[in-house]
Design a binder for this molecule. Sequence first.
Ligand code: ADP
Ligand code: MG
Length: 343
Amino acid sequence: MTDLNTLGEFGLIERIRQATPAPTHPETVRGIGDDAAVFDWGDEYGLLATDMMVEGVHFDLTYMPLKHLGYKVVAINVSDIAAMNGLPLQITVNIGLSSRFPVEAVDELYEGIRAACEAYNVDLVGGDTSSSRSGLILSVSVLGKVAKDLITYRHTAQPNDVLCVTGDLGSAYLGLQLLEREKQVFLADPNMQPSISEERSYLLQRQLRPDARTDIVHELRDLGIRPTAMIDISDGLASELLHLCRQSGTGAVIFDENLPIDDQTHLAAEEFKISPVTAALNGGEDYELLFTVRPQEFDKLSTNARITAIGYLTADPAQVILATKAGQQTPIRAQGWGNNAAQ
Ligand code: ADP
Ligand code: MG
């Protein structure tokens, strides 16, 4: 038998993809391989994405309030619809619950789910409920739609396109470090009160209650810009950039000094003796969008402070490179912290 770790998550998905027959329905425009599957609904494309969160793997209930968890599981699904340049319509929610959860815990979880449905204008239309022997398991599927001439895949970027990211990177990872540290303090002495300062609240919010960038989908539409490719940043910029380049058959150069990193991330990174650039590249859970635009389109975007150009695409698929201010060029690898199978 082969250990799962020899393949890793992406190797395993690739193995499944290769063994999956091509779609037989003409309505199935795209199956495995992008942020969402794509369907021909006649006038527009339908989108379907699904994402699961498992207790002890994706969240720790010692510091994750159930209401935030409910919000987050919806937001991370909606993020995959935004990554196709689409907007969400409906979700279904599957929960596996162990007997340690009282009814009130489910109420709290659904309060967060409902808050996210309101925030993203999504209808909760069904789901499934099961008991679980290993804590809480949450899985959401989301349906969305996008105009046919606006759909944005991962595999359609071209050399010379400008690489852009929304928001900032690395903050959710530093938020996680703060929460983990407080947990260790609490475990050592349960009388200790949490001592995360107000100035770090942005990092906690990024980890505990991230938002999907549907606002950017609206904004791109308003600006009349269709990205040439797009992916959401769930596993870290490095990993997503490699997906985008591999699927588009391009290389890339990104510049470390261009990476958008919040002041709070810089301060916390210093405290934890982590390189902020490493946090931005490999931290994950930022749920920002990484997209490419034709160089001549970039001017239309450049006034938006929440969108940052971090580099450009090149013709050589073997070269995905981080150029440092000091003049070094290092190949980008998707090591991540926890990029193992089943993450
Ligand atoms: P994302 O990070 O955007 O959610 P993933 O890396 O989870 O994307 O998945 C990449 C692609 O592989 C998607 O098209 C997804 O639907 C597909 N996929 C993931 N897991 C499985 C699976 N167990 N069986 C079939 N397809 C899968
Ligand atoms: Mg995604």
